[in-house]
Design a protein. Structure first.
Length: 187
């Protein structure tokens, strides 16, 4: 049994039942292991949660950092980052759900290991927003607040988005980028 298969199963179970509602027995059942055998691969549910959060942030950081490193205007980078982020969430719904909804379940010692990864990811967004502020492309007073705004909009999408719904992820990302970059007011 591979650790990746256990993590995939755990993400699926956490998404369905929530971290606190899920048990190690539930995860063992999905991967067809005895609960005792599962502990041979993973020491605790907290360890699984941290590994899933790390996996999600590594994937997202890789996708977004590639865009940040490219030359180009900050508004185009931000537009591409929004698209890449939403596509990653849509392509990995179990993992995304764990990242967005279960991170609060981390015990303190695991949270202390997780927060630097989260901060590193958010700093990519801050870098582009600050670039836009410096170049006068963006009229933003607080880059940190702008990052939280963008993340809030994007993260909430997972609560209502359906792959078979009226809008695909590309349309949604374009809509969000237009709204965030242009605002509500007529210019």
């Amino acid at each position: 049994m591979q650790r990746d298969a256990i993590l995939d199963a755990a993400a699926q179970v956490f998404r369905k039942k929530g971290f606190h509602g899920a048990s190690m027995s539930d995860i063992a059942h999905v991967v067809r292991l005895q609960k005792a055998s599962l502990y041979h691969h993973i020491s605790s549910k907290q360890e699984i949660l941290l590994a899933l959060l790390d996996r999600a942030l590594e994937m997202l950081t890789q996708r977004v950092s590639e865009i940040v490193a490219q030359p180009g205007p900050p508004d185009l980078k931000l537009r591409r980052m929004i698209r890449a982020y939403l596509e990653a969430l849509a392509e990995n719904p179990d993992l995304s759900s764990v990242l967005l909804f279960e991170h609060r379940s981390l015990e303190r010692k695991y949270r202390l290991r997780h927060v630097p990864h989260r901060d590193q990811f958010e700093s990519l967004w801050r870098t582009v927003i600050e670039e836009g502020i410096r170049s006068r492309a963006f009229s933003v007073k607080d880059a940190g607040m702008a990052v939280r705004t963008v993340m809030g909009v994007l993260n909430w999408t997972l609560t209502w988005y359906r792959p078979d719904g009226g809008m695909n992820i590309e349309n949604i990302s374009d809509y969000y980028a237009d709204m965030l970059l242009n605002g509500f007011l007529r210019h």
